[in-house]
Design a protein around this ligand. Structure first.
Ligand code: PMP
Length: 417
């Protein structure tokens, strides 16, 4: 099972300059793809498992019924009747696509409605919606700061944040994960430049929560603008699921820029930023991913509006996810798994080596548990893992099934005894 490891799947092997110039493009890329192609031929390629149907947390995947234990769909809204009907209504009103860029002919009434609701939900002045969370981070960060400015970010921030920071042209430094002393010392190097500090609220590979009260205090002292990515905290943190601000009981203006996605808890697609209305106005006219790309299809604006409405009516979904998290965490701990610093529905299971990660993944899947391996470059080279995710609609029997499979596979791979 473990004959093809994740490192072997890594196609980033850099050929020499001479090879690049002399080789024809197809054989060049075939050579780079060699390990991926071999894994596919051997039937052990672990990525892009093909899902053909889903029924709540159970999916039909590659000919087998499997329990989904790797989805970001935290509130169980995927396939919810009200969301499906909202999508149908938008298609009837506006069609399947968009009519152009938001600034020109792409803005529909439901974009404006959604932005108003998101701003209200995030306790901000205004909001702007992008075609994805990835684009929201890229476009926003690269518009807010540029050459001559300074950015400091946590070294485990999501790739879309990192890409936005690099794209901006500002000087970009990273502090060790959640290390507030290092954040302070990096800010001392700002030399009076305009400075942006950017962090995830819940870290997507670790499942831990940023020490935001400390970050806020440090930003205020150093006059730095603060941006927080709430992709995994919206719908999850806080009593009503309003995110990290509600979780820590922060003031509405403690976070300057709140970024979120419509693709996780809200079971749709798209991204957004909520902030002071002058910042949002500026982004509408300077964020290139907003200006030079088609609008978010209005279908997804309607889906997000419907999802927010369900969440407003049913905050018990948030309560349920935390009951599930507690049950699942306790089960894994009892079995002896190492789940790192996780304290949320994102629960990594540390596997020590890439080979074990792949074998563990295959064993779980063969028993009907859909989990995903995460290796370098998504996480540091020395900490590969299985990343599991809990939703509010996992039943206790589902979690028992998952724990059972993980226990058997974990023992077989030597991760637990
Ligand atoms: N930020 C974080 C923390 C994420 O985990 C992700 C997606 N996994 C994104 C941003 C990008 O969001 P989207 O999938 O909507 O592009």
């Amino acid at each position: 099972l473990a004959s093809v490891s994740a490192s072997e799947l890594d196609s980033s092997t850099d050929p020499s300059e001479g090879d690049r110039i002399a080789e024809d493009p197809i054989s060049y890329f075939t050579r780079l793809n060699r390990k991926v192609n071999t894994a596919k031929e051997q039937g052990v390629y672990p990525f892009e498992p093909e899902i053909s149907a889903h029924d709540g947390v159970w999916v039909q995947c590659e000919g087998k019924r499997m329990l989904m234990l790797a989805s970001y769909e935290y509130l169980g809204l995927l396939g919810h009747d009200e969301l499906d009907r909202a999508a149908e209504a938008a298609i009837l009103d506006f069609g399947t696509g968009h009519h152009g860029s938001r600034l020109l002919t792409g803005t529909t009434s439901n974009h404006c409605d959604l932005e108003f609701r998101l701003a209200h939900w995030m306790r901000a002045d205004d909001a702007i919606v992008f075609s994805s969370g990835y684009v929201a981070n890229l476009a926003t960060i690269s518009a807010l700061v540029g050459p001559g400015d300074y950015i400091v970010g946590d070294n485990l921030n999501h790739a879309s944040i990192v890409d936005g920071c690099r794209m901006s042209g500002a000087e970009f430094k990273e502090f060790k994960h959640n290390d507030m002393d290092e954040l302070v010392s990096l800010l001392l190097e700002s030399g009076g430049r305009r400075t942006l500090v950017v962090v995830d609220a819940i870290f997507s590979m670790e499942g831990d929560i940023v020490d935001l009260p400390s970050v806020i205090e440090i930003c205020k002292k150093n006059k730095a603008l603060l941006m927080v990515d709430e992709a995994h905290s919206m719908g999850v943190l806080g009593k009503t699921g309003a995110g990290i601000q509600e979780h820590f009981g922060l003031a509405a203006d403690d976070i300057d820029i709140k970024m979120g996605t419509l693709s996780k808890s809200l079971a749709g697609s798209g991204g957004f930023v909520a902030a002071n209305s002058q910042i949002i106005t500026y982004l509408r006219h300077h964020a290139r991913g907003y200006i030079f790309s088609g609008a978010l299809p209005s279908v997804y604006a309607n889906v997000a509006i419907a999802a927010l409405e369900v969440l407003r009516r049913e905050p018990s979904r948030v309560e349920q996810i935390w009951k599930n998290v507690e049950y699942y965490h306790a089960g894994l701990k009892r079995l002896g798994f190492d789940t790192g610093a996780s304290e949320t529905p994102i629960v990594p299971i540390m596997t020590r080596t890439n080979d074990v990660t792949m074998a563990f993944t295959q064993l779980c899947r063969s028993e009907g548990l859909l989990v995903v391996p995460v290796c370098y470059p998504a996480v540091p080279m020395d900490s590969p893992r299985l990343r599991t995710c809990i939703t509010s609609t996992h039943q206790q029997s589902d979690l028992d099934f998952a724990l059972d499979v993980l226990a058997r596979a974990g023992r077989q791979c030597g991760i637990i005894h």
